[in-house]
Design a protein around this ligand. Structure first.
Ligand code: FAD
Length: 292
């Protein structure tokens, strides 16, 4: 079933979860065991990344197939179009359709590493909206999600500009939005207000990730900029100086729990958890907010 329909039929607020396919296949049994623990939280859907950090299309396909067939979950496959041909994209979409997958998160992706003169203008697919249109025309039954960044995509000149293109992506056939992680709910609330003012009515699912180590906070800041943290980065730094990663973990879990609770209280349809393939932190958050 399409996720947009699941969302509109949901009788209560829900959780969804993101996983990435571990590179080493011999670690997949442990990975699936982690997913099994999170299955107890009854996620509306789970999503599986594609390509990021060197992952392969085959891994994404095999993981979503396993999650669907062996574990009875409702998986969504991420799909990037950067540097891809329509033949390759069509092949992947056929494969997931055959595996019974009903939903795709349609993404552009980042330029390939080590190709300094890479030009999006020369590509068959230049923007995620091109992929959305492609899926819509060739696989009309497929549910389509798109990505949104409350602090704007780093390539955008202004947030207003970025929102204009997000609206375009939705107008091309994106049925719901999953946001990039953020650490201040105000960033999400302001973003949704601006999207609504622009006429975007699609559900916008907030993406939440608990920070468990200072190294991961640094990594997130490097990838997305410090803006995603609001003022939380400095708080984490101070905690790290006093109590190391143990203090960071405690703070990160408490902060993510407050964020999830705040979002639910504000009436979001559901919360999308970036699990990093680890059940413990997500289960701890859910214990704190007592949703279980
Ligand atoms: C929830 C989520 C999940 C993700 N999962 C993955 C994953 O699994 N694998 C992976 O490799 N990456 C993933 N990413 C990262 C994503 O691929 C990058 O952020 C990428 O740089 C942009 O992808 P996009 O789909 O947002 O692109 P787009 O929507 O195409 O936007 C990219 C930039 O182009 C602008 N733009 C968009 N359309 C137009 C247009 N028609 N004309 C002019 N400008 C335009 C936008 O404003 C923005 O600045 C994910 C990101 C998010 C938020």
């Amino acid at each position: 079933m399409r996720i947009a329909d699941l969302i509109s039929n949901a009788s209560r607020q829900f959780l969804s979860m993101e996983f990435f396919p571990p590179k080493q296949r011999d670690t997949w049994p442990q990975f699936f065991a982690e997913v099994e623990k999170l299955k107890a939280l009854n996620p509306l859907f789970v999503s599986v990344t594609y390509g990021a950090g060197g992952g392969t299309q085959a891994n994404t396909l095999d993981v979503v197939t396993h999650l669907k067939r062996e574990m009875g979950l409702n998986p969504m496959a991420h799909l990037t179009c950067v540097g891809a041909s329509s033949t390759a994209l069509r092949g992947f979409l056929r494969d997931i359709t055959e595996a019974g997958i009903d939903n795709v998160l349609a993404l552009r992706g980042d330029p390939p590493r080590g190709v300094p003169d890479f030009r999006f203008e020369d590509q068959e697919f230049q923007h995620a909206s091109d992929l959305v249109r492609f899926i819509q025309s060739e696989f009309p039954e497929m549910g389509i999600g798109v990505a949104g960044i409350p602090t704007m995509h780093p390539e955008s000149a202004t947030l207003e500009d970025d929102i204009k293109w997000l609206k375009h992506k939705v107008d091309c056939g994106g049925q719901f939005v999953v946001t990039q992680l953020f650490f201040e709910n105000r960033l999400y609330m302001d973003y949704v207000t601006r999207l609504r003012e622009r006429g975007v009515t699609a559900p916008v699912l907030p993406g939440i990730m608990p920070v468990l180590t200072m190294k991961s906070a640094e990594f997130i800041a490097g990838l997305n900029g410090r803006a995603v943290f609001g003022g939380f980065y400095e708080t984490l730094e101070a905690a790290f100086l006093k109590g190391g990663d143990e203090a960071v973990r405690e703070l990160g879990l408490a902060h993510a729990s407050r964020q999830v609770q705040g979002l639910l209280d504000a009436g979001v349809p559901g919360v999308h958890l970036y699990t990093l393939n680890k059940s413990e932190a997500c289960l701890a958050i859910l214990d704190n907010i007592n949703l279980r």
